[in-house]
Design a protein around this ligand. Structure first.
Ligand SMILES: [Zn+2]
Length: 82
């Protein structure tokens, strides 16, 4: 049984605190893909990122770890890893 209600899903303008349990799937131009919890991306940010920052601002700051494309070409948000 899921812990989350069907409504209240994160959107690009959701603050990071609202997305803590969400997963981010990002893929760079080179095809390199990473799926990780939103909070893991926030922790890896070069500069500290506030919990009130909108999700799209975090995505804007992401770089592909292989080819350094920024921002990644494909991004999706989901509640679960699947
Ligand atoms: Zn890449």
């Amino acid at each position: 049984m899921g812990r989350h209600a069907l409504d209240g899903r994160p959107t690009p303008v959701s603050p990071l605190w609202h997305c803590e349990s969400a997963w981010l799937s990002v893929r760079g131009e080179c095809g390199h893909a990473v799926v990780a919890p939103v909070r893991a991306f926030a922790r890896r940010a070069a500069r500290p990122i506030s919990p009130s920052t909108e999700l799209y601002r975090l995505v804007d700051r992401l770089r592909c770890s292989r080819c350094a494309t920024r921002p990644p070409q494909h991004v999706s948000v989901r509640w679960d890893r699947e």
